[in-house]
Ligand binder design. Structure first.
Ligand SMILES: Nc1ncnc2c1ncn2[C@@H]1O[C@H](COP(=O)(O)OP(=O)(O)OP(=O)(O)O)[C@@H](O)[C@H]1O
Length: 641
């Protein structure tokens, strides 16, 4: 496969947040730290206020204990370095030694406490962040999902925002801890002798430089690998997931998938090796410089002692404090760098939540549909009065999908009387599904009005409208749940204690035959992804989906080609039940099988988004237009067969 484009080129390479020049990283770290910190801090405060407070308090106590321990160490050294017999000096130092032990013991206890509290923060943050994200996503209008910017934003928030929010919470705890550690070491040194502070800086700067530089290299590397990582992930899904497995084998595409993997994975490996080598080199230089810095530090300390500016015991404590501060500084620089980088992903998450106006849970009081006798409904009197679809009127309705230059539905004016059955027919892409979704209130028209019983759907809460619609779609969800839930999710809050409504819907759709053949009947898990789960055929799934639509039981029925994958017997049964359902409902039926629409009260023919013909089957045939032509074609096909 030659002439393959380099995966490092093209639009995928540059991440949406545009990496800055790596040389500007240190300034960005300082500038970006507050904005990266606040959202994470706010999330932690909301998700786990108690543990968060405990972490801060215990980290402060730990810092104070460290400082106290350093003072006590000076006391110990003072006694040990005093003149007199060794035994006497040790005895004299004992009280201070006990204090040192107590201080460091307390510090250890605080560190364990911090770890315990920290262990509660991260899962709580994830829990809250996930629920907010899913709630926002479920609360978004259907049209949002056709908007690539929304979709992209949501996926960035989900795939990276959530993950890095968690990591950022960890880093924030680390950052605070290391900051307090440095403060404790530096503070105690200043108290012991102000001249020791510059000495401390001398010792920690080389190490700090090395860590900062290594983080900068890693950051620059992310810019080069982000697209490759994504690509490897995509290939990984192709190679390991169940859905593409059959087609890949049927097309003998295995070598192609492996080739795709290599094209992305080879440069990724090379980049990782390059980064690790560069980082090792920088760390080596850092170590060497730190060694020099430490030697200079000791010389300076020696001179301070030699000229009597600093007592020997204080110099000994300074050595310990310098080690403590160096370790804490390394942690601080790393945590700060990571936090700023993660902050960009956290900003994705925040942007998404901010972009979805209604992020409240769509139905937070939803009962569990898997419970056979779940009977919880909406509390009486809650919410607005039920909306009656009544007469459905479309007034010059035009609709274009977001970012689409094509008009999917163009200037459709139409009235559907209550109880009427209309059939939408037309070629592929003529706008039937789109028009049905406009009728159902799932999309707001780009221009024009949709009214139900005189009420403009633009003024109605879409959940209230959805409540009045039963919809069976071409490609229904295969809920990875039991057969019962697959039906009950049609109206999960509907009380059905003895399961009579589920059985009735299943009987009408032929799903009862499917369920009778399952190992645990209604309680069989319909997903191969879980142990004991079974998989259904396309037609069997469709029967369950039809049962789900029937179980929903609402006054407006939208039926979008649900019988296409059904066998002749099941299709016949479904159309029989449809006829029964149509008796007291308004039905919008979409199908390509024109023989099935003959009984509709009215047939609407769409062509390139426009309503071009309408009337009864007989009238349209007599008119000899496009419908008659299509019908003629289909009849001939069946006759030939
Ligand atoms: N989510 C979408 N985003 C952008 N354009 C879309 C989307 N869904 C459909 N379209 C476009 O809108 C037009 C109408 O599509 P629609 O699905 O309503 O046609 P249809 O008559 O139901 O087709 P079919 O018979 O194949 O189901 C088509 O040009 C299609 O490409």
């Amino acid at each position: 496969m030659t002439g393959e484009p380099d995966p490092r080129e093209g639009a995928l390479v540059t991440p949406h947040w545009q990496l800055d020049d790596a040389d500007r990283a240190p300034r960005r770290t300082l500038r970006g730290l507050p904005s990266a910190t606040w959202p994470v801090l706010a999330m932690i405060r909301r998700a786990a206020p108690g543990p968060a407070l405990a972490v801060v308090v215990m980290q402060v106590v730990s810092g104070l204990a460290a400082a106290f321990g350093l003072f006590a160490t000076t006391g110990v050294l003072t006694e040990l370095l005093a003149s007199g017999a060794a035994g006497d000096r040790i005895v004299a130092a004992l009280p201070q030694l006990v204090l040192v032990g107590a201080a460091f013991g307390l510090r250890g206890a605080m560190d364990v406490g911090v770890a315990l509290a920290h262990a509660r923060i991260t899962p709580a943050v994830r829990r809250l962040a996930e629920e907010r994200l899913y709630s926002a996503s479920l609360g978004a209008d259907l049209a949002s999902f056709d908007d690539s910017r929304f979709y992209d934003r949501m996926h960035r928030a989900r795939d990276r925002g959530l993950f890095f929010l968690e990591r950022a919470a960890d880093n924030l705890v680390e950052l605070i801890g290391s900051l307090l550690g440095i403060a404790a070491a530096a503070g105690s040194l200043v108290v012991l002798h102000p001249a020791l502070l510059p000495v401390l800086l001398l010792a920690v700067i080389p190490d700090g430089w090395a860590v900062q530089r290594a983080a900068r290299l890693a950051y620059a590397s992310v810019g080069r690998t982000v697209a490759l990582d994504r690509r490897v992930q995509m290939v990984s899904d192709l190679a390991t997931e169940r859905e593409p497995a059959a087609e890949i084998r049927a097309y003998r595409a295995e070598p192609f998938v492996l080739h795709e993997y290599r094209v992305a994975a080879d440069p990724l490996r090379d980049e990782e090796v390059r980064l690790a080598t560069a980082q090792a080199r920088v760390r080596g230089i850092g170590r060497a410089l730190a060694g020099v810095g430490l030697a200079v530090t000791y010389v300076v300390l020696g001179l301070l002692v030699r000229y009597g500016w600093v007592p020997l015991a204080v110099a000994g404590t300074a050595v310990i404090a310098i080690r403590v501060a160096t370790t804490a500084l390394n942690r601080l620089v790393l945590a700060a760098n990571q936090l700023v980088e993660q902050g960009m992903y956290v900003a994705d998450y925040q942007d998404f939540l901010a972009a979805v106006p209604d992020s409240s849970a769509p139905d937070s009081a939803a009962p569990d549909p898997s419970a056979p006798d779940s009977a919880a409904g909406k509390p009486p009197g809650a919410g607005p009065p039920p909306l009656d679809p009544g007469r459905v009127v479309l007034d010059h309705v035009t609709f274009s999908y977001p970012e689409s230059a094509r008009t999917a539905v163009r200037d459709v004016t139409l009235t559907i009387e209550p109880g009427e059955t209309v059939a939408l027919v037309g070629e592929n892409g003529s706008g039937k599904t789109t028009l049905a979704k406009l009728i159902a209130g799932l999309y707001p028209p780009t221009s024009g009005r949709v009214r139900w019983g005189g009420r403009d759907l633009a003024d109605v809460d879409r959940r209230q409208a959805a409540d009045r619609v039963m919809m069976v779609l071409q490609d229904p969800i295969r809920w990875p749940h039991t057969a019962r839930v697959n039906v009950r999710v049609g109206r999960h809050e509907r009380p059905d204690p003895a399961g009579a409504a589920v059985r009735s819907a299943a009987g009408q759709s032929g799903a009862d035959e499917v369920v009778a053949g399952l190992p645990d009947e209604w309680e069989t898990l319909l997903s191969k992804q879980f142990r004991g789960g079974v998989e259904l055929s396309g037609g069997q799934w469709q029967r369950l989906a039809v049962a789900r639509g029937l179980y929903r039981d609402a006054p407006l029925l939208i039926w979008d080609e649900p019988t296409a994958p059904l066998d002749a017997k099941a299709e016949f049964a479904v159309y029989e039940s449809l006829r029964a359902l149509a008796a007291d409902r308004t039905v919008v039926l979409i199908t390509h099988r024109l023989a099935s629409v003959r009984h509709a009260d009215r047939i609407l023919l769409l062509h390139e988004g426009e309503l071009v013909e309408q009337g009864t089957h007989a009238a349209l045939l007599a008119a000899g237009g496009r419908y008659a032509e299509l019908y003629e074609l289909q009849s001939r096909m069946y006759a030939d067969a």
